[in-house]
Write a protein that binds this ligand. Structure first.
Ligand SMILES: Cc1cc2nc3c(=O)[nH]c(=O)nc-3n(C[C@H](O)[C@H](O)[C@H](O)COP(=O)(O)OP(=O)(O)OC[C@H]3O[C@@H](n4cnc5c(N)ncnc54)[C@H](O)[C@@H]3O)c2cc1C
Length: 435
């Protein structure tokens, strides 16, 4: 079914693309030249004493913000400060799922804006990020859940976003491994977003870093921000492990460490930090060419191009900055996996890891100015901020450049919590472990 016309999708202004250093001609030339002519993908910059904009955090959102500031707004006097090597935070620890199958119309618009940016990202960056729109399939197991998913699909279609209902037979045809009549929660059908899929996560960090660096941004690794300097109600720069750096605007894009950084400026955020785990199995032949989610528990799975089955579940449910997680969640995720896909019981798990999640109190992100002049926040991504990287960076750059929110992210302001305008995607109230 073709989606209905899009009534309210905002225009995407063209940004300048990267230099095109990667080309067929270049590959041939370097191949004949012993691969000696390549330069670093991004310049390893040393920090200068002052910038117009300092972005704290070299993850997906920090790097994307820098890229769009430089290429979309001509603001190149920008530094991205990363305390470790670039791209080892959540941008490289996630399960790589992209989609825009949300329920709240404002969220559908925001995440679909991101999906449209993903669809042209590789051309914008001239970098292979392996954007794969293989579809995301949510299974439902009760009549009530069918109604809920149908409402969500209808809301998406009203916004011009693709969504389709699948029968049990269609689910089985798409994923032969699924046990439709499993003893715990038989599958009644599915809800497919064909444009959803996966993207190679670390290539996203590398691609944005390369694009930003080429446009003149300083990417400063091994530079931890240890304090935020204020003059009255204005932020004037950051203390770092490599000295003080002055800035007109400081943008926090540190995901799981948002509360910690905001506290350095004297702000308390409506954000808690939790751990989320992920798992990958040994490589197997192609068995799954869609992103599959289980509606009766919190479990999602896809197959990477290397053949590993990548899967995860819910957050562990307690506050921590630990990046490992605990065994009860491993048991819960594994039980869901073998209920839905019994063949998985015979596959070996190779790796498990965790990442720290900045869980906001309504489950939606925050892209906002703050009560302090010169301090901008990009955070509260919960467990879903990877898919939002292009839109998060694009709209944060707009906010910094214009001093006003981009229309597609205007509902994500920090003031909504005090004003009672929360964007409660799940309708479960201010309880991060339920989001
Ligand atoms: C296991 C797991 C699975 C996930 N799966 C998905 C998924 O399938 N789809 C999806 O959309 N999202 C998913 N997410 C969520 C997603 O990964 C995050 O929401 C998103 O990556 C956060 O934004 P970021 O990339 O900018 O964060 P990060 O990459 O964490 O960037 C923040 C950076 O800030 C740096 N930093 C912190 N403190 C300081 C300091 N004091 N000074 C300087 N630098 C500092 C950190 O080192 C880090 O590099 C998942 C997350 C995890 C952990």
């Amino acid at each position: 079914m073709p989606p209905a016309p899009r009534p309210s999708a905002p225009a995407i202004a063209p940004e300048r693309t990267s230099s095109g250093r990667y080309s067929l001609w270049r590959l041939l030339r370097e191949g004949l030249n012993g691969q000696r002519g390549w330069s670093r993908a991004w310049v390893k910059a040393a920090p200068r004493p002052r910038y117009r904009v300092v972005i704290v955090g070299g993850g997906g959102h920090g790097l994307a913000t820098a890229f769009y500031l430089a290429t979309g707004h001509g603001i190149c006097d920008v530094a991205v400060l990363e305390r470790g090597p670039l791209g080892l935070g959540n941008v490289a620890r996630n399960t790589t799922i992209i989609r825009s199958n949300y329920f709240q119309p404002a969220n559908i618009r925001f995440y679909d804006f991101s999906l449209r940016l993903w669809e042209r990202l590789e051309r914008s960056l001239n970098f292979n990020a392996m954007v794969s729109q293989r579809g995301t399939l949510n299974l439902f197991h009760t009549e009530a859940q069918r109604d809920l998913f149908t409402r969500r699909a209808n809301l998406m279609r009203l916004e011009g976003v693709d969504a389709a209902a699948l029968s049990r037979a269609a689910v089985k045809a798409l994923v032969p491994l699924v046990d439709l009549d499993n003893g715990r929660y038989p599958v009644l059908g599915g809800f497919l977003q064909p444009r959803g899929g996966t993207v190679r996560h670390d290539a996203v960090a590398w691609g944005y870093a390369r694009g930003a660096s080429e446009a003149g941004v300083d990417i400063v690794e091994h530079c931890a921000v240890t304090g935020i300097r204020r003059e009255g109600e204005r932020v004037v720069g950051v203390e770092t492990s490599r000295g003080f750096i002055a800035a007109d605007v400081v943008c926090l894009a540190v995901a799981g460490h948002s509360s910690e950084l905001a506290r350095m400026a004297g702000l308390e955020l409506p954000i808690e930090t939790h751990v989320l785990q992920a798992f990958v199995t040994e490589g197997v032949k192609p068995v799954l060419d869609v992103v599959l989610t289980y509606g009766a528990g919190h479990f999602y799975i896809s197959q990477s191009d290397k053949g590993g089955l990548v899967f995860g579940g819910a957050i562990d449910g307690y506050n921590t900055y630990g990046q490992r997680g605990t065994l009860p969640m491993v048991e819960e995720v594994t039980a869901a996996a073998v209920t839905l896909l019994p063949a998985l019981a015979r596959v070996k798990v190779l790796r498990q890891w965790g990442g720290v999640m900045d869980m906001s109190m309504d489950g939606s992100p925050i892209i906002s100015q703050t009560p302090l002049a010169g301090l901008v926040l990009n955070g509260g991504w919960c467990y879903g901020g990877f898919k939002a990287i292009p839109a998060g960076g694009f709209t944060t750059a707009h906010l910094i450049a214009h001093g006003a929110p981009h229309p597609v992210a205007a509902h994500l302001d920090l003031g909504r919590f005090a004003a009672g305008r929360t964007v409660d995607e799940r309708g479960v109230g201010p309880f991060p472990y339920l989001h």
